[in-house]
Design a protein around this ligand. Structure first.
Ligand code: MN
Length: 395
């Protein structure tokens, strides 16, 4: 028997000094994905599922859009969820008033801070940005709201101006600064540097809003946390504009397994939650999707399957049950005899080594011919043919 393996030991890693909380924006940035629209009932269901999973804050949408959007946000706010309900706003008094009308307890007030956005999109200047954010934050705070101030395109903003923006917002009572890597151009090293510097300059909670254009959304969110950010803005399945946002399931499990920090979410609900959001957004979860893909705990290669059968920790860093998945042993071209023996044991058949070897030869031949793994039924047929041949009854 192999010695008992201790689970992945990362206790030596430094933990974040402050608790880290999740603000999920599946209902806002997730729905902003080109081609995605949630039905009202789906928005409400997603909000409930997120809250039940233990997400700390839910970004519920944009009240200023009016119509169904505003009505649904109102209904979500009235659910009395354990999660805080936040609504997204431009730095415009009418937007914030629409949020207040919905009964949410928190608002995100968004303004672009990079010169390229200020000059080319807003057609304003930095002084106007500072003045607008101050007025908007003051108005929201007067109504007793938790205020997150979003620095859109923060990753391309000159740090001195970003500092000035954060300080101006803080002076009006803002509770948090959302650092947005709006077009996803940071890497984890750069993220760490800029968040550390910003945190040294301004004493305000920082939230990471990261995009996946270079496949680094989750890594950048974690780098931000390591540098002192205390909030992470995520979406289920990483749904979001263009290449998407940092995925809730990835950030939370990476924090737990790699960062040794349990954010307190019910991670065993992740697969179900991801399936619901995938269906509501008319997308499928790729089999190889990190954390929740069906292949994450599927083992075919002989060496891997043999290892997992002896002790799952040989090829898995956490258990499938942790995220609501199941382990699968796939029998196909790369299988070894151990998998064949174990698979037949499930059917109550004990194979000799020689039988397992002969069946494996046939399994490999058939898998190549069919260009796929084999179904359980096909394995049984192989076994039946093999028995018939052995008893001299086959052709
Ligand atoms: Mn975004």
């Amino acid at each position: 028997m192999p010695k008992e393996l201790k689970s992945f030991d990362l206790t030596t890693k430094p933990k974040p000094a402050v608790p880290v909380r999740v603000d999920d924006t599946t209902l806002r940035d997730g729905e902003q994905t080109a081609g995605v629209v949630f039905a009202n009932q789906e928005k409400i269901r997603i909000a409930k599922l997120l809250s039940e999973a233990g997400v700390h804050q839910i970004e519920s949408g944009i009240p200023a859009m009016g119509g169904d959007e505003k009505e649904t946000i109102k209904q979500i706010a009235a659910l009395d969820l354990s999660a805080s309900v936040l609504a997204w706003n431009r730095a415009v008094r009418a937007d914030i008033q629409a949020s207040i009308d919905c009964g949410v307890d928190a608002v995100a007030i968004s303004l672009a801070t990079s010169d390229i956005h200020i000059e080319h999109k807003l057609k304003k200047d930095r002084a106007w940005v500072i003045d607008s954010i101050k007025k908007s934050v003051a108005f929201a705070k007067k109504h007793d709201l938790y205020v997150s101030v979003n620095a859109e395109d923060a990753s391309r903003t000159e740090l001195d101006f970003l500092t000035e923006y954060a300080e101006a917002a803080k002076a009006e009572g803002a509770d948090r600064l959302r650092f947005c890597d709006t077009i996803g151009v940071l890497d984890p090293f750069e993220t760490y540097k800029v968040i550390k510097e910003l945190k040294d300059r301004v004493d305000i909670d920082i939230e990471m809003h990261t995009h996946n254009d270079f496949g680094m959304a989750t890594a950048n969110a974690l780098a931000g946390v390591k540098a002192g950010a205390s909030w992470v803005n995520t979406t289920v399945n990483g749904l979001g504009e263009r290449a998407g946002n940092a995925a809730l399931e990835e950030v939370v499990m990476a924090m737990k397994v790699l960062g040794h920090t349990d954010l307190g979410l019910k991670t065993e609900r992740f697969r179900d939650l991801c399936e619901y959001v995938a269906a509501a957004s008319a997308r499928t979860i790729p089999a190889w999707k990190a954390i929740v893909g069906t292949n994450v705990f599927a083992h075919e290669s002989g060496i891997h399957a043999d290892g997992v059968l002896k002790n799952p920790l040989t090829y898995e860093s956490f258990s499938p049950e942790d995220v609501g998945l199941e382990r699968q042993l796939v029998v196909g071209k790369h299988s070894g005899t151990h998998s064949i023996v174990m698979k037949f044991m499930e059917y109550g058949i004990e194979l000799t080594d020689e039988e397992a070897q002969n069946i494996l030869t046939e399994v490999r031949r058939l898998a190549v011919e069919l260009k796929r793994a084999l179904f359980d039924k096909e394995l049984v047929y192989i076994y039946q043919d093999f028995r018939l041949k052995k008893e001299g009854l086959g052709q």
